[in-house]
Design a protein. Structure first.
Length: 100
């Protein structure tokens, strides 16, 4: 594996790891507070466009990172829809504090 591919794989791992806390919170707490579906829709469109580009230039690392992005976005969107308008205690307390 070339050094640039190794760096790309490391970056892919960081991207995947960055999604884990969000997905874990959604699944564990059933809390969709503060998640913008519009933002995730735009990220999804961007990831699809990047995936097409990566496939066209045959960059396997870039293809892989976009597949990871799309899978994570899909997981988040499914959970947000499933737990729509639900909040964990932490977000509920924050919302109540802001209302005062």
């Amino acid at each position: 594996m070339a050094p640039s591919e190794l760096i790309g794989c490391l970056g892919t791992g960081i991207v995947a790891a960055a999604y884990i806390p969000q997905i874990r919170h959604l699944v564990k707490e059933h809390c969709s507070a503060g998640i913008s579906m519009n933002a995730y829709a735009l990220w999804c469109v961007a990831s699809v466009l990047f995936l097409i580009h990566a496939a066209m230039i045959r960059d396997l690392v870039f293809v892989f990172v976009q597949i990871i992005n799309l899978m994570a976005i899909l997981a988040i969107v499914i959970c947000v829809r499933k737990y729509e308008r639900q909040m964990c205690l932490t977000h509920l307390q924050e919302a109540q504090t802001k209302q005062r």
